[in-house]
Unconditional design. Structure first.
Length: 648
């Protein structure tokens, strides 16, 4: 194996490790995975161009070599992670880990991530905050899917007689592949193999470019001159590698760089370093980096389960995790990985079969044997059960007090994005109420409605994904949701309109001169004012962490003395929501009032996220309020309802 490629692997795994250890500091470190993809593309291209792909046997031989390299260590890592999850994590975290462990065994983790991210109320399952020991295996699932497909590409490339034509072909795959990647929904594109093919194809480009360069018959030159890839090129190979290494170093920046810019640049830089085959850089000849590259596969498999299960906010925890990752990686590399790579086919197949059988039995055991059952103290078990029951009941629409008389409505978008529409039976009041927004409507409307005591003539709500009531983001769905909201207000002309939404990223962007979002908000409010008597808008609310309930329970079980760190820092939360507040301060509206729920959670310099007396969380896994959290807001709801009933 080329030394510079092993050093690149070392750099890539360091980036990934730093990102997972300190995601708020090394915010671009996730691009280490992209470096791995380019390296894989180059190595697969190199292997597949050495021999012709003519017979089925040629394909099967390639698959055997890949499976021999990947599967034994992979299946052992999955087995060990399953055991760690059930020994060190509470049973409230098992269900999601069990789903992902099974998907990992089938090498479809990336597909399960896509499935979960497509479900608005379940996307937290696929979040890095989910305490999911298998989430990192999305990239290896994607690579294995690539390995199944790549021989077909090179079977087709064989019909192109010249390397120039092959270079042009794979360059087109890279260019158009990136365009498709950039245009399609980022969460889907991130995990879908065919939309990542352009990065593997960048590795193909590196191979064919280097083959073309090496095939040129050049006169003998000095060492310095021989670095130049072409007499016409103003840059030497050393110049290209220097620039490329500088680009890779951007992954260490503590500030986010636009990913649609940095990702292709890092991909291209990696391909250029590989194609240049430069020997003049100490960093690409480093024995330490080369060794880290040697153990990078094992380290990738090991690091995330250790971090997701054991990492806390203490220095001791960081030292423990780092030492565990390196020691385990070194031991597994020398005692297992290097040993099974010496085996021939007669040894590899029984080993893989044994590991598959062991994993299959383990999957059965964790679902059926009492051996794995957590033995928590009664008080701890009560805390867990109370929080989980409360979380489930909040979203049980069927269990709500009153049944809807209308639940269907025509929408300009797919019905799946309408998370709830309800018109309640008529009340005995003399004014109508409508509530618009996203999932916060479902979260809060029942408790708000209760304070009116049926003193309304008509009450209906609409909960739509990506609906903010006042503005839209860049997506078509959000734009359609805003038009839908306007249409409903115009059709029904409610006396009181509530805008209840969790405000997402674009309204948190820095405010501009002649800010277009503020203009859109004012235009929307002016439209609503033509039809309503009062407009109540939920003010900016602090952003909670995804999977908070699981994290809360995890701390309650494993680190009860450190639970205070789970409360939100007021300054940080306010800073994040300041652009929203500033935009709202520029609203021109005679009928508007804001109601603020954040103040009921404020204690000193913290926004409380749980009740320390009852040990009930105020926040669920999907960044909504739980029953106790909503109950804490009752004084605000009561004040708003009383104000409306007294004034209309």
């Amino acid at each position: 194996m080329r030394e510079d490629i092993q050093c690149l692997r070392g750099i890539a795994i360091i980036f990934v490790l730093l990102f997972h250890l300190c995601p708020n500091l090394f915010v671009n470190g996730f691009l280490g995975v992209d470096i791995f993809f380019v390296i894989s593309g180059f190595l697969m291209a190199k292997n597949l161009t050495k021999a012709k792909l003519v017979k089925i046997h040629d394909f099967l031989l390639f698959y055997y070599m890949r499976f021999r390299r990947i599967l034994p260590m992979y299946f052992l890592a999955v087995f060990m992670t399953v055991v760690m999850v059930h020994l060190f994590l509470g049973d409230f975290l098992w269900k999601n880990n069990n789903r992902y462990s099974l998907a990992s065994l089938l090498m479809v983790t990336n597909q399960l991530v896509i499935h979960d991210q497509a479900d608005y109320f379940n996307e937290f399952f696929a979040s890095t905050s989910s305490i999911n020991g298998f989430l990192h295996l999305w990239s290896l699932s994607l690579e294995m899917q690539f390995y199944l497909f790549v021989p077909i590409i090179f079977f087709g490339l064989q019909f192109l007689k010249h390397d120039y034509l092959k270079l042009i072909t794979v360059s087109l795959i890279t260019i158009f592949g990136y365009i498709a990647f950039a245009m399609i929904l980022d969460k889907f594109a991130f995990n879908f193999m065919f939309l990542r093919l352009w990065q593997f194809s960048a590795g193909f480009m590196a191979l064919f470019w280097s083959k073309i360069q090496n095939s040129k018959e050049l006169p003998k030159k000095s060492d310095t001159e021989s670095e130049s890839p072409s007499s016409k090129c103003p840059f030497t190979k050393n110049d290209i590698v220097t620039i490329s290494l500088c680009i890779l170093s951007l992954c260490l920046l503590p500030r986010e760089v636009e990913v649609l810019v940095l990702r292709p640049v890092v991909t291209l830089a990696t391909a250029l370093i590989i194609a240049s085959e430069s020997q003049g850089f100490q960093i690409l000849k480093s024995d330490t980096l080369c060794y880290i590259g040697d153990i990078s596969y094992v380290m990738y498999l090991v690091h995330w389960p250790v971090i997701s299960i054991f990492l806390a906010s203490t220095v001791k925890s960081y030292i423990f995790c780092i030492l565990t990752i390196f020691i385990a990686s070194i031991l597994l590399h020398h005692l297992f990985e290097k040993q099974y790579l010496k085996l021939n086919m007669k040894g590899v197949f029984p080993l893989i079969f044994l590991l598959i059988a062991a994993n299959s039995y383990l999957q059965y055991s964790i679902r059926n044997d009492t051996f794995w059952k957590n033995d928590f103290p009664a008080e701890t078990r009560q805390i867990i059960d109370q929080n989980l029951v409360m979380y489930t009941s909040l979203w049980d629409l069927e269990a709500r007090k009153d049944k809807c008389i209308e639940t269907d409505i025509e929408t300009p978008f797919p019905k799946g994005h309408l998370k709830g529409y309800c018109r309640y039976p008529r009340g005995h009041g003399n004014f109508s109420i409508m509530m618009l927004g996203n999932s916060y409507v479902l979260n809060l409307e029942e408790h708000m409605r209760a304070h009116f005591n049926y003193n309304y003539s008509d009450y209906r709500y609409m909960s739509v994904i990506a609906s903010y009531g006042l503005y839209s983001d860049h997506t078509l769905l959000s734009q359609q949701a805003l038009e839908f909201s306007k249409q409903q207000v115009e059709n029904h002309k409610p006396d009181v309109l509530f805008i209840v939404a969790r405000y997402m990223e674009n309204i948190k962007d820095p405010i501009q001169v002649n800010d277009p979002l503020t203009q859109q908000i004012n235009e929307t409010i002016a439209f609503y004012e033509k039809f309503v008597k009062k407009l109540y808008i939920l003010d900016a609310h602090p952003k909670y962490h995804e999977n908070f309930l699981n994290l809360f329970l995890h701390y309650a079980v494993t680190r009860p003395d450190d639970m205070e760190v789970l409360h939100l820092d007021k300054k940080q939360a306010d800073d994040e929501m300041r652009p929203v507040k500033r935009r709202f301060s520029k609203i021109k509206c005679n009928k508007c009032q804001f109601f603020d729920l954040s103040r009921v959670f404020l204690l000193g310099d913290k926004y409380l996220t749980y009740d320390k007396d009852t040990m009930l969380s105020y926040v669920d896994n999907s960044v909504h309020l739980t029953g106790p959290g909503v109950k804490k807001c009752e004084p605000v709801f009561q004040k708003v309802a009383r104000e409306i009933m007294d004034s209309i």
